[in-house]
Structures are given as structure tokens and as C-alpha cells.
Design a protein around this ligand. Structure first.
Ligand SMILES: Cc1ncc(COP(=O)(O)O)c(C=O)c1O
Length: 385
């Protein structure tokens, strides 16, 4: 068996060779510190200024509204903690709202703000597809709410939230709106104006860029408190020498992905739908998690009754198929993820989840191979083969 099928693009993507080429000089010849006065420093500074401007063009914002970070998790931490610190200092409120299906980088940060800093946190429930209801959001807004953070697209079930509508409701009450767009980036529009977000997190390794670099978009005058103190890099909002090669890589990857997004999405949607139909038709007691159509083009996520999701991943790995159960960070944990729990699935179903996520290189033959082997593996595990 020499077939290797990577179906875990939602966990991470390979770095585009063009991105590698763009980064390389900044590891060797162009090694200056962007804060240095001399010409080595000036060239490094020019590289990150250019990257910032290119990214701002794609996000439809100003260059000084982009804060470079080390990853999507850090961007989420900076958004929540930075805004919370400011709210505390300026008496702007004590209450924040997140959703029940947020990534742990939001969920645990909010829980820490609650536990150690006495902030009041509301966790909004979702319906059986994973949608947040605009009406529910309106109902939980309080006079002292200072921030609403709701993810753009979910990492496990791919459901896409009505961000513009949720942001508009939030703004009616004069509250800031943050969105974790880590999974959306590369597949959905990141136009911050149209989305109406005040803050938005992005991570390069989800769109064929390098790992270890991300960004936080923060609308001018929304964020003034840093959660990492030190030098005055990134307008004083994120201390630490910028990672020049990775920042250049992120900008290059975002430019490339923006150019080919609609072509890649159409191709992935056809393959995704073929996969979904065949799994639901050929595997009994299986469900699709998330919404049938309002989902990321690359996400096909399921739950199989009576199956241990992690064991299923091992069987698939032996067949050279890379997949995920719940989110990558949860693998190994016997507990269903917060996302599957929020969908109110029966425990028998929620422990048997499988996420197959496609990428720009996924082929028809990959889907056909999965169609061929997955029902056999599931039936085998159930002892019905
Ligand atoms: C929705 C979402 N938010 C945040 C993150 C964290 O991003 P990073 O791996 O860059 O820290 C991920 C990663 O899987 C994610 O899917």
C-alpha cells in the first residue's frame, strides 16, 4: 500500500514551496533585527512593513491595525486579555460573552479571566447544527458587557457563523466584537469591513503558511493593553523581536491563497459533498456533524454510533489515512470535545467523531479510497463484518 492520504488540513497544511522560497533569505542573508537603526535592520523592517501592507490589503484595513503574533492561540489570548485589562482599568464593564463551541484558546482564556480575575463570562449555547442564534446573543447582553467573541468557522464541525449579523447586534449595544477566524482564513473572505469585526485572529499554518506565526487585526483605538510586555514592537501591543521570515511567509501565503480561493473552494466542495453522501449512505448509524451546506468547503465531520473515535484514527492511520477526531489538540482524550458536547449528541455518538478535512491537493482518487475502506473499518470495529 503506497497510497498516503492526508485528510487533516484543518489541523495544519503543508507550506507552499513559493512561501518557503520567500522566507529563505530572511533566515540567512537578511537576518537584521527590524528594530535596529542600521541598514540590516532597515531591510528587515522594510520586509515586515511590506508584509503588513499586503495583509492589510486583503483584510481591507489599515496596516497599523495588524499586530503580528506567534500563532492563532496568542492572537486570541491578546484579544481577550488585552480588552479585558482595558475594561477593568477604564471601568468599561465586567462581562464578556463567548460561544460554547470556541477553540480552547478562547474558552480557557475566558475561564481564566473568570476564575482568577473575577470577570463574568456567559457561554452561549448553539443549536444542533452548531449555530449561534442572534436572538440568544441579544438576550444575554448586559449593561456591563464589554466584549463578544464568536468564532467565524468551527475547527471541528466546520459550521460558519453569521458574523456580520452578530457583530451588528453587538455594536448596537456599543460593545466590541472579536472573531477567531483561524479556520476561516484561506477559505472565507477576511474583509474586516464587511464582517464588521473590531478584532479578528488569524494563523498562517492553516493556509499553507508556516507554523508559529499569526496576527490579530485590531481596529484602531480598540486595543491599548498588551498581554506580553517588554519592547515597543507592534505599536507596544506585542513585545518581542518580530519573526521576520515567518511574517514574510504568512503574507506570501495569504496572497497566494486569496488568488486561488474560489477555484480551490469549488473543487473541495464537490469532493466534500461526494464524501459526505457516500459516508452517510454506506455507514449505518452515522450522522454528519455541523450543517449540511453552511460549512467550510474543506470540512466533512461525522459521528458513528458505538465507535471509539481515537481507535478509528489508529485504524485509518494503518491504512495511510491521516484524519482527526474532534480537534487535533483533543486527540488522546477520552472525553468528547466541548464542541460535540454543545451539539447535545448522545454520549454513544459524541465519542465516535471523525473529521476528514480536505485541501488544495486532495484528489478524486483519495475520496474514492476513503469510500472504499471507511465502511469496512467501521463495520469491523463494530464487529459486524
Ligand atoms: C479555530 C481555531 N482557533 C485557534 C487555533 C489555534 O491556532 P494556532 O495553532 O496557530 O495556535 C486553532 C488551531 O487549530 C483553531 O482551529
Amino acid at each position: 500500500m503506497d497510497k498516503h492520504i492526508y485528510m487533516d488540513y484543518a489541523a495544519t497544511t503543508p507550506v507552499d514551496p513559493e512561501v518557503v522560497a520567500a522566507m529563505l533569505p530572511f533566515f540567512s542573508n537578511e537576518y537584521g533585527n527590524p528594530s535596529s537603526i542600521h541598514r540590516w535592520g532597515q531591510r528587515a523592517d522594510y520586509a515586515i512593513t511590506t508584509a503588513r501592507e499586503e495583509i492589510a490589503g486583503i483584510l481591507c484595513c489599515e496596516a497599523d491595525e495588524i499586530i503580528f503574533t506567534s500563532c492563532g492561540s496568542e492572537s486570541n489570548n491578546l484579544a481577550l486579555r488585552g480588552i479585558a485589562l482595558e475594561a477593568r482599568e477604564l471601568n468599561k464593564g465586567n462581562h464578556l460573552i463567548i460561544s460554547a463551541i470556541e477553540h480552547p484558546a478562547i474558552l480557557r482564556t475566558a475561564q481564566q479571566l473568570q476564575k482568577h480575575y473575577a470577570f463574568d463570562v456567559t457561554i452561549l449555547p448553539v443549536d444542533q447544527h452548531g449555530f449561534i442564534s442572534p436572538k440568544d446573543l441579544t438576550n444575554v447582553i448586559q449593561p456591563d458587557t464589554f466584549l463578544v467573541s464568536i468564532m467565524y468557522a468551527n475547527n471541528e464541525i466546520g459550521v460558519i457563523q453569521p458574523i456580520a449579523e452578530l457583530a451588528a447586534i453587538t455594536h448596537e449595544h456599543n460593545i466590541l466584537f472579536h472573531s477567531d477566524a483561524v479556520q476561516a482564513a484561506g477559505q472565507l473572505s477576511l474583509d474586516t469591513e464587511k464582517l464588521g469585526v473590531d478584532l479578528m485572529s488569524v494563523s498562517a499554518h492553516k493556509f499553507y503558511g508556516p507554523k508559529g506565526v499569526g496576527l490579530l487585526y485590531a481596529k484602531r483605538n480598540t486595543l491599548s493593553h498588551s498581554h506580553q510586555t517588554g519592547g515597543s514592537q507592534e505599536n507596544g501591543l506585542r513585545a518581542g523581536t518580530q519573526n521576520v521570515p515567518l511574517i514574510v511567509g504568512m503574507a506570501t501565503a495569504l496572497k497566494i491563497v486569496s488568488g486561488r480561493q474560489s477555484h480551490d473552494n469549488s473543487k473541495m466542495k464537490v469532493l466534500r459533498d461526494k464524501l459526505i453522501e457516500s459516508v452517510l449512505d454506506n455507514i449505518s448509524e452515522s450522522i454528519l456533524t455541523g450543517h449540511r451546506t453552511c460549512r467550510l468547503p474543506n470540512n466533512a465531520s461525522f459521528a458513528f454510533e458505538g465507535i471509539d473515535g481515537n481507535e478509528l484514527l489508529m485504524h485509518l492511520d494503518l491504512l495511510n489515512i491521516a484524519a482527526s477526531s474532534g480537534s487535533a489538540c483533543k486527540t488522546g482524550s477520552p472525553e468528547p470535545s466541548n464542541v460535540l458536547t454543545a451539539l447535545n449528541l448522545s454520549p454513544k455518538l459524541s465519542l465516535g467523531s471523525l473529521r476528514l478535512s480536505l485541501g488544495r491537493d486532495t484528489k478524486d482518487s483519495d475520496i474514492e479510497y476513503i469510500q472504499q475502506v471507511l465502511p469496512k473499518v467501521v463495520n469491523n470495529m463494530r464487529g459486524t463484518l
